[in-house]
Design a protein around this ligand. Structure first.
Ligand code: S3P
Length: 186
């Protein structure tokens, strides 16, 4: 990856304690999150990776062995636990935000940033990337994604900041989010 054109951990004074990245599958949460965390001098955690690390079970395996309901419960529990930390950039999976009460129970000082990706771009990336997405594994991933996105958009739209990601580089997006974080209020 190209070097990041902003000075490393500057620890700027921010009105936020943590950032949670919202967005559909393959919006770029796990790519952008580490860049943003680096720029802030904060820690980055990927919700799916953390869940797999702690349980020893990959996300597709959770779906296969225990079902989506069990995965959602564990995802919500773990994310709530992680969100008690300060100086954290967290990238939960794309379905986390629709869980009952999850957005409402985030602690004060949590900046919610929606990485808004188009349906076409999300499907293109999600089917090309190495990470398998069980919810798009059926015969018609475009239809599945369209339905999921329509159901999720009202939740993503509760974000404090929305940024369109199609056609923009991770570094460019990181700098835009950074600029917003510095000028916004919690
Ligand atoms: C999901 C998104 C995935 C992963 C799981 C379910 C979803 O994470 O949590 O496959 O329901 O949108 P990404 O958003 O990182 O792809």
């Amino acid at each position: 990856m190209d070097p990041i054109p902003f000075p490393g951990p500057a620890r700027p004074a921010l009105p936020w304690h943590r950032v949670v990245l919202l967005g559909f599958m393959a919006a770029g949460k796990s790519t952008l999150g580490p860049l943003l965390a680096h720029a802030l001098g904060w820690t980055f955690l990927d919700g799916d990776a953390e869940l797999a690390r702690r349980s020893g079970v990959s996300v597709p395996e959770w779906f296969r062995r225990f079902g989506e309901g069990a995965f959602r419960q564990e995802e919500a529990r773990l994310t709530a636990e992680l969100c008690r930390r300060d100086e954290l950039v967290l990238a939960p999976g794309g379905g986390w935000a629709v869980g009952p009460g999850v957005l409402e129970s985030l602690p004060h000082g949590t900046a919610l940033v929606w990485l808004r990706v188009s349906l076409e771009e999300a499907v293109r990336r999600a089917t090309a990337e190495g990470t398998p997405r069980p919810l798009l594994a059926g015969p018609d991933p475009v239809l599945a994604a369209r339905r999921l996105l329509a159901a999720r958009e009202p939740y993503y739209a509760r974000a404090d900041f929305v940024i369109d990601v199609d056609g923009r580089t991770p570094v460019d997006l990181t700098m835009a989010i950074l600029a917003w974080l510095k000028t916004s209020s919690s």
